[in-house]
Design a binder for this molecule. Structure first.
Ligand code: NAP
Length: 248
């Protein structure tokens, strides 16, 4: 099968690590990003310098028109997709639920939940054998926050990842006999820029001593799990989760 992977939010952090590993495993990669074109192009350049094939496409996954355009560009430039990683995600400043306003809830759920649903929809329309596709695999990037709750930090973000867990279970059952596997990874405490968005760039180092492994995780460690779930080695695995949270 032609291996074409689209990864949302692939310009940095876990998404960039996954894009690089996928290219090394001979996927042609579409790196989606929201606004940081230079960062996305840098990932493309690194892939090409190693002999791989990649493109970068801007799209805010929370906007239906931009998601439609993202997949149209992929259809035109790369051909039929075989894999989707729903990785794009946001969180905002740490605060208690009593201080969260509706505008923030809409931003968080639009990016994390609506975005993942829309991209999954476009992928299923292309990959499902019911629609003439050749099957494929979807990996949703959830978070250990979905089961830990993120009290005092961002319960809204944690709840959005709870929705991603449910999407993973439900969609996996809908498309299981149409050649598509749907799984999720649940990272936590990974060294990326995301923690600065929450207002605490050093969060992983603050928390690491409380983790059974006594250390934070690296984006490449999450990428390894994602690539396994996408691979044929995971051919009988669907609707399930790999936790990458240092034992927590
Ligand atoms: P990150 O470093 O903050 O990168 C986020 C990426 O998502 C960027 O490429 C960003 O693009 C993109 N993005 C954000 N909103 C988007 C939108 N609306 N449309 C398209 N792209 C968008 O994050 P990360 O830490 O690698 O996290 C990646 C995923 O892992 C997220 O789903 C996150 O919730 C999850 N996760 C992370 C951790 C952790 O400890 N880091 C733990 C658990 C789960 P631009 O830069 O162009 O905006």
């Amino acid at each position: 099968m032609n291996k074409v992977l689209v990864i949302t939010g692939g310009s940095r952090g876990i998404g960039a690590a996954t894009a690089l590993l996928a290219a090394a495993r001979e996927y042609t990669v579409c790196i989606n990003y929201r606004k940081n074109q230079a960062a996305a192009e840098a990932v493309v350049d690194e892939i090409k310098s190693k002999g791989g094939n990649a493109i970068a496409v801007a799209a805010d996954v929370s906007l239906e028109s931009e998601v439609k355009n993202l997949f149209k560009v992929i259809d035109e430039q790369l051909g039929p997709i075989s894999a989707l990683v729903n990785n794009a995600g946001i969180l905002e400043k740490q605060m208690r639920v009593e201080d969260i306003d509706a505008a923030r809830l809409h931003r968080i759920f639009a990016a994390n939940v609506v975005g993942s649903f829309l991209c999954a929809r476009e992928a299923v329309r292309r990959m499902s054998t019911k629609h003439g596709g050749h099957g494929g695999a979807i990996v949703n990037v959830s978070s250990a926050a979905s089961r830990l709750g993120s009290a005092g930090e961002y319960v809204d973000y944690a709840a959005s990842k709870g929705a991603i867990d449910t999407l993973t279970i439900g969609l996996s059952q809908e498309v299981a006999e149409e050649g598509i596997r749907v799984n999720a990874v649940r990272p936590a405490f990974i060294y990326t820029d995301m923690h600065a968005d929450g207002g605490e760039p050093g969060r992983v180092d603050r928390i690491k001593e409380s983790l059974p492994m006594k250390r934070g995780g690296q984006p490449a460690e999450v990428a390894n799990a994602i690539l396994w779930l996408l691979s044929e080695e995971a051919s009988y695995t669907t609707g399930t989760f790999i936790d990458l949270a240092g034992g927590k």
